[in-house]
Design a protein. Sequence first.
Length: 94
Amino acid sequence: MTEPLRYEEHREFLSAKECEYFINLGKENGLKPALLVGTKTGVDVKDEARTNSSTWVRHNTSEETSKVVERIAAVVNLPAINAEQIQIIQYNAG
């Protein structure tokens, strides 16, 4: 038996300044096109239907990233050390 999905909405969790910081950090870190695992080969392949690019950022990249990670940890009530890196995703029209 599957439990119902739980979620919470946290409006304005990031400030406009933090959002701008993460957008720039994603660009600086090098956003890479999304890939899918090829069903026949198991090799990562680009799918033209996917319009997003992403990058991963370490928690301790900067004071800003550390603060946001700690804020997330407090909301979910789990230690930040249990979380994977921050994923920054950019979606394009399509």
